[in-house]
Design a protein around this ligand. Structure first.
Ligand code: SF4
Length: 335
């Protein structure tokens, strides 16, 4: 059986169930790289210049960890998944960049996804990918339909049950973690409700985020994430704040930020990567809106491989302290 490697980084958190279903339906076995460690991160960082953003370094580290474990590595070049909405250039060049900096990588299976080129081109790209496994177009078609359905189920599970992508993936694959679910197990009377906004590849990689979500929950806070919102809620929040999205995945930052600023979160934490152009623009829009509204405290955290854990923890504690004090004051005024 052909083994397809999928790096546990970047768009893994958005699309893993879809990709896994597609390859499985075509008779291939999927191998996912193990969770991030310091070795994975430093091996990826060693292949590129320092200015490269943290998630791309991490992605390359995950590719390195899949060497000799699979026959192919799946790295799509996703240019656009919505009409006239564009992806960051790093995603466009990911297959070529990987080939250039990791020449020892197993052969790369890439697919060009660009919805702006029309549906016909998209279907052709999917058939081309499927031809690595079968010459039967109906089989590829069936696999694509099953994959799309898996993606819709995945989104539904996250918004209906309030699960994070890693939890939803475990739930779907039938291997739930022994520990209780994060978001559905909100404390009966949480100290505060804190929304976290940012890309899933930053929020849910426990190594680079220093287990931020876990820390917030340990401190008895209720945590809200972008995936807990429906597509409609995210789109209407973007429409309110900026009119029309320009960047793919803008809803994870701008949409979720605008929504939670107006929906009763006690504080919002924006997570972004050092060296990320799109994020610095998007996070700034949320920051300005927070400053305009003056109702919800907002803090942004920029992560890179040199970020010290103690620094993150100190900022987090100070931010929570401020939120708790603000809440206490409001209660005193009401009394
Ligand atoms: S959006 Fe930012 S963090 Fe993500 S890949 Fe592009 S530059 Fe890196």
């Amino acid at each position: 059986m052909i083994k397809i490697g999928i790096p546990r980084a970047l768009l893994y958190y958005q699309y893993y169930p879809m990709w896994q279903t597609f390859f499985h339906e075509l008779g291939a076995e999927v191998v996912v790289s193990p969770p991030t460690t310091e070795t994975v991160l430093s091996s990826g960082s060693s292949r590129v210049v320092a200015e490269t953003c943290l998630p791309v370094k991490l992605f390359l580290g995950h590719v390195l960890s899949l060497i000799e474990k699979c026959d192919y590595i799946f790295i799509p070049a996703i240019r656009s998944v919505q009409s006239k909405v564009y992806n960051c250039s790093k995603f466009l060049g990911l297959p070529d960049m990987t080939k250039a900096v990791i020449p020892e990588s197993p052969p790369i299976l890439d697919i060009d996804i660009d919805i702006n080129k029309g549906k016909r081109k998209l279907y052709q790209a999917i058939y081309q990918l499927g031809r690595h496994f079968t010459w039967n177009p109906s089989k590829v078609r069936r696999a694509s339909i099953a994959a799309w359905q898996a993606h819709l189920n995945y989104r539904q599970v996250m918004s209906d049950s309030g699960l994070t992508p890693p939890q939803a993936i475990e739930e779907i694959s039938g291997t739930p973690k022994p520990e209780p679910k994060t978001h559905s197990s909100n404390p009966t009377s949480p100290q505060a409700t804190v929304a976290i906004i940012g890309h899933p590849y930053l929020l849910y990689d426990e190594h680079i985020s220093y287990r931020l979500i876990h820390r917030l929950e340990q401190a008895h806070n209720r945590v809200l994430t972008p995936e807990m919102l429906t597509t409609q809620e995210l789109e209407s929040a973007i429409a309110r704040l900026v009119g029309r999205a320009y960047w793919t995945y803008e809803e994870e930052v701008v949409g979720a930020g605008e929504h939670y600023l107006k929906s009763g979160a006690d504080g919002i934490i924006g997570i972004m990567a050092f060296g990320c152009g799109p994020d610095s623009l998007m996070m700034d829009m949320v920051r300005r809106q927070a400053a305009r509204l003056r109702t919800t405290p907002f803090m942004s955290l920029t992560l890179d491989e040199h970020t010290a854990e103690a620094g993150v923890v100190t900022r987090l504690e100070a931010f929570l302290d401020m939120i708790y004090r603000k809440k206490r004051k409001q209660v005193e005024i009401c009394v």
